[in-house]
Every structure is written in structure tokens, then in C-alpha cells.
Design a protein around this ligand. Sequence first.
Ligand code: HEC
Ligand code: HEC
Ligand code: HEC
Ligand code: HEC
Ligand code: HEC
Ligand code: HEC
Ligand code: HEC
Ligand code: HEC
Ligand code: HEC
Ligand code: HEC
Length: 350
Amino acid sequence: MRYIIVIFLTITFINAAEFSHKPYDKTKSCKECHDMGEGKKFVHAPVRSGACTSCHSINKSKSRNLLRAVSVSKMCTLCHYKKANIIRADKHVHPPVKKDCTGCHDPHAGDFRFRLRADSKKDLCLTCHIEKKEYITSVKNQHGAIFAKDGGCISCHDPHGTGQPKMIKAKSIKDLCIKCHNKELKREEDGKKLLNVAKHLKDNPDWHGPIQWGDCALCHNPHGSNNHRMLKKPFPEKFYTSFDTKKYICFECHETEKFTKQYTTTATNFRNEDKNIHFVHVNREKGITCRACHDFHATKDYPHHIAQKTSFGISQLPLRYIETPTGGSCAPACHIRRGYDRKKAIKNLR
Ligand code: HEC
Ligand code: HEC
Ligand code: HEC
Ligand code: HEC
Ligand code: HEC
Ligand code: HEC
Ligand code: HEC
Ligand code: HEC
Ligand code: HEC
Ligand code: HEC
């Protein structure tokens, strides 16, 4: 009982605690004694005009900084009600915005635009997201979206909030990516021109599952990665590779059996009766990687995401795939037309 009374009294005391400015010569203006950084590049309008008391109550306040409102954010939104309404309407609001606007904005003045506490493109974000700072700078394949001159965290994220998870600035992750990948972007390291993804998706209506779901980030890490093309899991960089299931991001979603069972009548449809043709091509010392036959972004005309052409060195070789009800055949430059049939094995010429 005694404890409860003590707690009760303490709470009452804290609540009632009031702060006021210690007595001073009222003929002096606030600025004569307080330098709030008016010499800095960006000064907040009410500070510049000397309207200190629009935020501070010097006679009676519940906060040590003699603020007018209990919460700083409430004070900011008193004037910035339009911004507050936009943020309130966002389904996904950045947690520090809910807490306190001054975590990022200096209420008085600063050397960065909008009086941010650091450069808005990425330094500001990295003051709190220390784990990301470590990550983005240590990965082998860094993303130009973060490091290019006009890039930065806020090219993809809104610092306050949006309608989308993780406050991304587009309707879906796919739309976010193709805002920049709507031309052949150049890789800094080797000058390689990258696929114009927006055009590729427009020209090829048969989109791979994860792209239909609008989520490129199921395969790519937007913050960079140690794998080829910033993939979340490895994918072989070259046309040929010795087979190992750990080398393929594809097996995050597809069964490994398609490539580990030499004979099967169930694991894959790419078989000549029970002879697994996926196995024949892929599971060997000089195995052919999926890119030889499939395009994992989007395709047209051929089923099963089979590509029109395969890139071999600098050449583009047509696959000439033909599907039958029980199998198929193709005539790439690698060999003459060869077929497979699930019902009755086709005898191909050597
Ligand atoms: C004659 C000089 C003088 C004038 C004029 C003056 N102040 Fe102060 N103010 C001080 C001093 C001294 C302190 C106490 C600083 C301390 O305790 O470290 C102080 C404290 C404060 C604090 C609290 C700071 C803290 O660290 O808790 C605020 C806020 C403040 N003043 C705002 C104002 C505003 C707004 C005006 C104008 C309406 C103003 N002051 C006018 C001298 C002045
Ligand atoms: C837009 C609201 C706003 C205006 C206008 C404003 N302040 Fe402040 N002030 C704050 C907030 C919020 C804090 C709490 C410290 C923080 O979060 O950075 C603060 C803190 C202070 C402090 C104590 C801490 C420090 O940074 O030294 C002083 C002194 C102060 N203000 C003086 C002034 C004076 C003088 C003016 C007018 C020239 C002024 N303020 C105008 C919002 C304001
Ligand atoms: C007394 C009213 C008032 C309060 C309270 C106030 N502001 Fe402002 N703020 C202004 C005015 C006026 C401008 C100038 C608007 C303009 O130029 O469009 C401004 C500008 C800004 C800008 C730059 C916007 C732009 O488009 O250039 C930011 C950021 C900002 N305030 C943040 C804050 C934060 C954070 C707080 C709370 C600590 C706050 N404001 C509290 C009146 C206020
Ligand atoms: C996590 C950091 C962060 C927090 C917290 C934050 N802001 Fe901002 N704010 C920014 C950044 C970064 C920009 C610059 C955006 C840009 O350049 O596109 C900005 C810009 C602004 C602007 C001017 C441009 C615009 O988007 O309208 C206003 C006004 C503003 N903030 C108000 C607020 C208010 C009010 C709060 C609190 C409710 C707040 N901010 C909290 C980071 C923050
Ligand atoms: C004042 C500290 C602070 C700053 C500055 C800050 N953040 Fe955050 N951010 C947080 C906290 C706290 C969380 C919630 C915990 C977490 O997910 O780490 C968060 C979460 C996030 C999330 C995940 C949101 C979700 O819905 O899961 C993203 C994305 C994000 N921040 C991006 C940014 C970007 C971009 C910037 C720079 C404009 C930035 N942050 C600056 C503190 C900060
Ligand atoms: C190319 C666009 C892009 C850029 C640039 C970007 N992000 Fe992200 N970020 C995303 C996407 C998309 C997600 C959701 C990821 C997912 O679903 O795997 C995300 C998620 C996050 C998350 C929450 C989940 C996680 O990965 O921890 C944080 C925090 C975050 N980003 C912070 C940052 C910071 C800080 C920067 C700048 C250094 C930044 N982002 C730059 C697109 C981007
Ligand atoms: C703000 C513009 C921008 C956005 C948004 C963007 N990118 Fe990029 N991306 C670039 C630039 C510039 C490059 C080329 C420079 C580099 O990274 O080497 C690039 C390169 C890439 C690469 C090749 C990286 C390598 O090392 O080979 C991939 C893969 C990629 N982006 C995927 C994505 C995905 C997935 C998204 C959406 C989550 C996305 N990008 C969003 C600008 C962007
Ligand atoms: C199923 C996994 C997967 C998804 C989903 C995916 N990608 Fe890729 N992406 C890859 C793989 C694997 C590569 C490497 C291809 C290669 O080297 O032949 C790649 C390569 C790339 C490249 C580099 C192409 C080049 O010119 O070398 C870009 C840019 C890219 N992806 C962007 C995107 C964008 C944007 C999206 C969403 C619309 C997306 N990716 C969705 C797996 C995926
Ligand atoms: C030599 C060409 C070739 C290579 C290399 C290849 N595939 Fe296939 N794949 C096919 C053909 C042809 C089909 C269509 C089989 C049918 O339905 O008739 C197919 C079908 C598929 C299917 C649909 C289900 C099934 O097994 O019938 C998936 C999933 C698939 N491949 C994934 C992959 C992955 C992952 C890789 C790389 C590890 C890969 N493929 C390598 C030619 C190839
Ligand atoms: C995030 C999960 C995911 C990853 C990772 C993934 N896929 Fe798929 N894949 C799907 C889904 C879902 C479908 C079914 C929808 C469709 O036809 O695209 C599919 C379908 C396919 C098909 C066509 C199957 C058919 O019978 O028509 C092929 C071929 C294929 N994927 C190849 C690949 C290759 C190659 C990779 C690795 C680069 C890969 N996938 C990685 C989810 C994934």
C-alpha cells in the first residue's frame, strides 16, 4: 500500500512538474542571448522571423525545453497540418516519424536542405540504420540506385511513409525497379549495358511467377549483394558450370529433383520417356546453366518460359523450340533438331 502511494505521488509530481524560463531582462530579445544557428544555410521560417514563442512557452511548460506542446511532433503538425494529413493517410509510416519529427529535422536551423541532420540521400538514413551502412558498403555488387550521383535511399523510400510496405515510392516493387530500368543502364565497373527491363516486360507478355506478383526482390536484393547481379542467392555467372544445387537461386522455389534424378517419370516433363533431359544438360561437370533455354524474367510465343534465343559469348542463337502434346524438340546451333517424348522415347541421331 505504501509503495502504491509513493508511486502515485511520484507520478502526480512528474505530471505537475512545470518548467519556466528563469527571470531575465524582458527588454532583450531571445536572439540576444540564444544563438539558434541563424547563420546556417537553412533557417526555419518562424525562427528567422523571431517567432520563438510559437513553439516555446517561457512562463509555463511541461517540458524542459519549454515547449508549447507535450509532444514535439504535435507541435510541428500544428503548422504542418497538410503534411500531417498526408502522413496520417499513409498505411505504412516510418516509425521515427510517429515518434518525433526532430529525430531528422532540426527545429531551428541547419546546413542541409529542410534542416535535416545529415545529407538526405543516404547519410541521414545511415545514422540510424547502422546495419545497412555496414551491408551496402561491404557487398561485392553494389547497386547504382544507392551509389549513383542521383541515387540514394530516398530514390526508392519515402522518409515519412507511403501506402506500400517499407515505404517504397511505387505501387509495387516491380514498378519501382522499372522506373530506372526503363533504359539500358550501364554498369560502372565494366561498362556493360544492362537489359532494359521495362521494354523486355512490355515485349514479352508471359511473365515469370514472381514478376506477375510484382516482386523483383524475391530474387534480387535492392541493397546489393555478394552474388552475380545482386541476387539474394547464387546463380552461375557463366554459360557452363559444374552442377551443384547450391549454385541456383531457382531452387528456392523449384524442386531439385528435376536435376538430380537421372531417370524419372514424374520429376520433370523435360524427359524422353524416363530419361531426364534436364539432368542430361544441367547435371554434369560442364553443365549447361538454365539461361541457355529459359528466360526467367519474361518470354513470348514458346511455353514454359523457353527463350527465343540463347546468348552464347557475343552471339545470339535461336532455339527454334516446337512443343508437341507429349514432348517437344529444338534445333539450336549446338545440335541438329532433337526431340523428347514422354510416352515413347524418340531416337535422336547422334
Ligand atoms: C538575458 C538572456 C536571455 C534571454 C533574453 C532569453 N533567454 Fe532563454 N535562457 C537564458 C539562459 C541563461 C538560460 C539557461 C541556460 C541553462 O540553464 O543552461 C535560458 C534557457 C532557455 C531555454 C531552456 C533551455 C534548456 O536547455 O533547457 C529555452 C527554451 C529558452 N531559454 C528560450 C528562450 C526564448 C524563447 C526567449 C525569448 C522569448 C529567451 N529564451 C530569452 C537566457 C536568456
Ligand atoms: C518550430 C518550433 C520552434 C521554434 C520556432 C523555436 N524553437 Fe527552440 N526548440 C524547439 C524544439 C522542438 C526544441 C527541443 C530541442 C530539439 O529537439 O532539438 C527546442 C529547443 C530550444 C532550446 C534548448 C536546446 C538547444 O537547442 O539549445 C533553446 C535555447 C531554444 N529552443 C531557443 C529558441 C529560440 C531563441 C527561438 C527563436 C529564435 C526558438 N527556440 C524557436 C522548437 C522551436
Ligand atoms: C509556427 C508554425 C510552425 C511550426 C510550429 C513548425 N513549422 Fe516548419 N515551417 C513553418 C513555415 C512557415 C515554413 C516555411 C514554409 C514554406 O516555405 O513553404 C516551414 C518550413 C518547414 C520545412 C521545410 C518545408 C519546405 O517545403 O521547405 C520543414 C521540413 C519543417 N518546416 C519542419 C518542421 C518541424 C520538424 C517542426 C516541428 C519541430 C515544424 N516545422 C514546426 C512553420 C512552422
Ligand atoms: C526519418 C527521418 C525523418 C523524420 C522522422 C521526419 N522527416 Fe520530414 N523529411 C525527411 C527527409 C529525408 C526529407 C527530404 C525529402 C526529399 O528530399 O525528398 C524531409 C522533408 C520534409 C518536408 C519538406 C518536403 C516534403 O516532403 O513535403 C516537410 C514539410 C517535412 N519533412 C515535415 C516533417 C514532419 C512534420 C515530420 C514529423 C511528423 C517529419 N518531417 C519527420 C526526413 C524525415
Ligand atoms: C532517427 C532514426 C532513423 C532515421 C534517421 C531513419 N530511420 Fe528508418 N527506421 C527507424 C526505426 C526505429 C525503424 C523501425 C525498426 C526497424 O525496422 O529497424 C525504421 C524502419 C525503416 C524501414 C522499414 C519500415 C517497415 O515498414 O518495416 C525502412 C524501409 C526505413 N526505416 C528506411 C529509412 C530511410 C530510407 C531513411 C532515410 C531517409 C531512414 N530510414 C532514416 C529509424 C530511423
Ligand atoms: C532500388 C530501391 C531501393 C534503394 C535505393 C534502397 N532500398 Fe531499402 N528497400 C527496398 C525494397 C524494395 C525493400 C523491400 C525489400 C524486400 O522485400 O526484400 C527495402 C527494404 C528496406 C528496409 C527494411 C527491410 C530490410 O531490408 O532491412 C530498410 C530498413 C531499408 N530498405 C533501408 C534502406 C536504406 C537505409 C537505404 C539507403 C542506404 C535503402 N533502403 C535504399 C528498395 C530500396
Ligand atoms: C534510382 C534508379 C534505380 C532503381 C529504382 C533501381 N535500379 Fe537497379 N540499377 C540502377 C543503376 C544506375 C544500375 C547500374 C549501376 C550498377 O549498379 O552497377 C543498376 C543495376 C542493377 C542491376 C545489375 C547489378 C550488377 O551488379 O550487375 C540489377 C540486377 C538491378 N539494378 C536490379 C534492380 C531491381 C531488382 C530494382 C528494384 C528493386 C532496381 N534495380 C531499381 C538504378 C536503379
Ligand atoms: C526468378 C528470379 C528473378 C526475378 C523475379 C527477377 N530477376 Fe532479374 N535476374 C535474375 C537472374 C538469375 C539474372 C542473371 C541473368 C544472367 O546473368 O543471365 C537477372 C538479371 C537481371 C538484370 C541484369 C540483366 C543483364 O543485362 O545482365 C537486371 C537489370 C534485372 N535482373 C532486373 C530485374 C527486375 C527489374 C526484376 C523485376 C521486374 C527482376 N529482375 C526480377 C533473376 C530474377
Ligand atoms: C537444354 C534446355 C534447358 C535447360 C538448360 C533447362 N531447361 Fe528447364 N525446361 C526445358 C524444357 C524444354 C522444358 C519444357 C518441358 C515440357 O513441358 O515439355 C523445361 C521445363 C522447365 C520447368 C517446368 C517443369 C518441368 O520440369 O517440366 C522448370 C521449372 C524448369 N524447366 C526449370 C529449369 C531450371 C531451374 C533450369 C536450370 C537449373 C533449367 N530449367 C534448365 C529446357 C531446359
Ligand atoms: C520466388 C519463387 C521463384 C523463383 C526463385 C524461381 N521461380 Fe520459376 N516459377 C515460379 C512460379 C510461381 C512459376 C509458375 C508461374 C509461371 O509460369 O511463371 C514458375 C515457373 C517457372 C517456369 C515455367 C514452368 C512451366 O511449366 O511453364 C520455368 C521454366 C521457371 N520457373 C524457371 C525458373 C528458373 C530458371 C529460375 C532461376 C533463375 C526460377 N524459375 C526461379 C517461381 C519461382
